[in-house]
Ligand binder design. Structure first.
Ligand SMILES: *Cc1c(COP(=O)(O)O)cnc(C)c1O
Length: 403
């Protein structure tokens, strides 16, 4: 038997039939078609928790974690801005009435033009991109809103995915940033400030606290060298969620208290700056559950397999093939038997003809038969939109907002 990660708190205490947004899992799934269900009340609870500890700091949602349009519409009333990384993502939030910033390497001219025409803030990722944005803005007769994404010389310790402190396609190396800021200001761009993103999926509060301190120092140093105060400093995010056995939830209150403290003693050049944190998975991962039906149950070599109606084609991350080095088990459950004693050790697999399609490796579950529904938790981030839906030609999963 191998351990599973922790079931998120909103579901962990449930007994009997799993309820999502007040409705039984069995009511959300139609026939054998897998479905992702997202509960906006859980997102709202995360937002409230953030607000309680990060007073005065803007909260942005990085929509690549989950761009399901009804979820974005619900979140428009919760957060202060959306961060997008393509023109396709920009289209999804354009009508929602919140400030938008657009990061990501390799923005095409058409994407730059769309963002400039819409008055969206672009986080420029290279000097070349900045020059293209200035040229396009001049052609359109617009003042471009440009922030500079910095490739920081700090990195987020304990981060699942490091994006700073080394050669990187993201952002501009810190030493070259002051020159670029002066260039943007001289070109009469509306310089918006800095975007400094140092990593992702950190569960260690102290690592994030240290990163915030280093990020504030860096922003102040770059602003001083540039000779211009940044209107906004986007401090990045990187708040993680516990996916695996042994993971413990991030103590966000500690991070908020330390950041509030650090900001109260910030450098003079940052005195009038606004600050933002951009979060993806921390806001939405625990709000989503992936439900699939057991199609077959079989034995092989002494092992029992539950074969589901969907697998890594819908929920790649749970198979361990999305940004993890060692495959470990996400939390999963038999949807009608929450809280029940486990009966047996089974491997839960998807229907794809590849051994990669394993969603639970020798996990302990109550007995399940063909027709039962299996729930895989932590499916609210990097699920439907981050999985190879076309691979092997099975139908796409449905997505539903619980309300
Ligand atoms: C991916 C990404 C995020 C969101 O990351 P999470 O780990 O989901 O919080 C935020 N900002 C940037 C720049 C990103 O690339």
């Amino acid at each position: 038997m191998k351990p599973m990660g922790p079931i998120p708190p909103e579901f962990a205490g449930q007994q009997g039939a799993l309820a999502i947004g007040g409705r039984a899992a069995a009511d959300w799934i139609e026939g054998d078609a897998p479905v992702f269900v997202y509960d906006p009340a859980i997102v709202a609870a995360r937002v409230a928790r953030f607000r309680a500890s990060f007073a005065g700091i803007d909260l942005h949602y990085a929509i690549k974690a989950n761009p399901f349009p009804p979820l974005l519409a619900a979140m428009a009333g919760m957060v202060d801005g959306f961060d997008v990384a393509s023109a396709g993502e920009l289209d999804k939030v354009a009508g929602l009435g919140l400030p938008v910033s657009f990061a990501g390497p390799g923005k095409r001219d058409g994407e730059l033009a769309a963002a400039i025409a819409a008055g969206i803030a672009l986080n420029v990722e290279s000097e070349g991109e900045a020059e293209r944005a200035l040229t396009i803005a001049a052609r359109l007769g617009r003042v471009p809103r440009l922030a500079v994404r910095v490739n920081p010389d700090v990195e987020l310790r304990g981060s699942g995915m490091r994006m700073g402190g080394r050669p990187s396609p993201f952002g501009i190396d810190a030493v070259r940033v002051p020159v670029l800021v002066r260039r943007l200001v001289a070109a009469d761009a509306d310089w918006r400030g800095f975007h400094i993103y140092a990593g992702s999926q950190a569960l260690d509060a102290q690592a994030i606290i240290d990163t915030h301190a280093a990020t504030l120092d860096l922003a102040a140093r770059l602003a001083d060298e540039a000779g211009h105060a940044p209107p906004l400093v986007n401090l990045g995010g990187g708040f993680g969620v516990p996916y695996f056995a042994g993971d413990t939830a991030l103590e966000v209150e500690k991070v908020g208290a330390a950041l509030t403290d650090a900001l109260s003693g910030r450098a003079a050049v940052l005195a009038d700056s606004r600050f933002a944190i951009e979060l993806g998975r921390w806001l939405v991962a625990e709000a989503g559950v992936y439900l699939a039906r057991v199609i077959d149950r079989k034995e092989s070599g002494g092992e029992t397999f539950l074969i589901l109606s969907g697998g890594l084609n819908h929920q790649l991350a749970a198979s361990g093939n999305f940004g993890t080095v060692v495959r470990r088990n996400y939390p999963l459950a038999v949807a009608h038997a929450m809280g029940a004693e486990w009966h047996e050790t089974v491997s839960v697999v998807g229907p794809l003809c590849t051994p990669l399609d394993r969603l639970g490796d020798r996990v302990a579950l109550p007995a399940a038969a063909a027709g039962d529904v299996i729930a895989i938790f932590l499916a609210g981030a990097y699920g439907a939109s981050a999985s190879p839906a076309a691979f092997l030609g099975h139908p796409a999963a449905a997505e539903r907002l619980a309300r």
